[in-house]
Design a protein around this ligand. Structure first.
Ligand SMILES: Cc1cc2nc3c(=O)[nH]c(=O)nc-3n(C[C@H](O)[C@H](O)[C@H](O)COP(=O)(O)O)c2cc1C
Length: 206
């Protein structure tokens, strides 16, 4: 298979989306990709973080994880973005990162890559789909190849979100179904990126 670089770029305050991002990374690695797992920079003041023990703990636990830069986007053939639902939209820190991409966008260096997204929300109907669709707006502007999971694997009929892996955190941390859906989503993104690269080089995908 063509070598594929995958950037997994996420925001997570209390660890749910981070757990999904780790499953996405597992799926991409298992599919043979080179993977960069990156958190985006936190925007909230320490007073807000420290007032929420789960948030403060997750910040401590992910202190050593590298922060995303636009170089990760330039390097990647496929990018999977993760964010909690925030009033039905992507979280501000991920939006802020996306708003640093104007230079790459202007140079046309975000086009033709594979993009996909995953999310979590505390309730089943609290806006996970709208969050994923809102993230997709950037992918359109970039001229990306949007690769949703759809119902392309039996796990999708159990996880139930064709727009991207999502998890209802009010039910607890991501379990086997959400993690397997995340791995499937990553695998599909890698396979699509490999096929696109093979098409560009004229070499067979496998
Ligand atoms: C300001 C704010 C807005 C939120 N808005 C939503 C929402 O629109 N829908 C929802 O289901 N959950 C919402 N939540 C809950 C988070 O999306 C949910 O707890 C998520 O699992 C957190 O992910 P994390 O653990 O990776 O930070 C909101 C949380 C905060 C702090």
């Amino acid at each position: 298979m063509e070598s594929v670089n995958v950037a997994i770029i996420f925001y997570s305050a209390t660890g749910t989306v981070h757990a999904l991002a780790q499953a996405v990374a597992e799926g991409a690695e298992k599919a043979g990709a080179e993977v960069r797992l990156r958190k985006v920079a936190e925007l909230a003041p320490a007073t807000a973080i420290d007032a929420n023990p789960a948030w403060a703990r997750h910040v401590r636990e992910t202190a050593a994880l590298a922060e995303a830069t636009t170089d990760d986007l330039a390097w990647a053939d496929a990018v999977l973005f993760g964010t909690p639902a925030r009033f039905g939209n992507p979280a501000a820190p991920l939006k802020a990162f996306i708003e640093t991409t104007g230079g790459l966008w202007r140079e046309g260096r975000l086009t033709g890559k594979v993009y996909s997204a995953f999310t979590a929300g505390s309730t089943a109907h609290g806006g996970q789909e709208s969050t994923l669709l809102a993230l997709g707006n950037a992918f359109y502007h970039w001229g990306g190849i949007i690769v949703p999971p759809g119902y392309t694997d039996p796990i999708q009929f159990r996880s139930g979100n064709p727009y991207g892996t999502s998890h209802v955190s009010g039910d607890g941390p991501p379990g086997d179904v959400a993690r397997e859906a995340a791995r499937h989503q990553a695998r599909r993104a890698v396979e699509t990126a490999a096929a696109l690269k093979a098409g560009a080089t004229g070499r067979p995908a496998r």
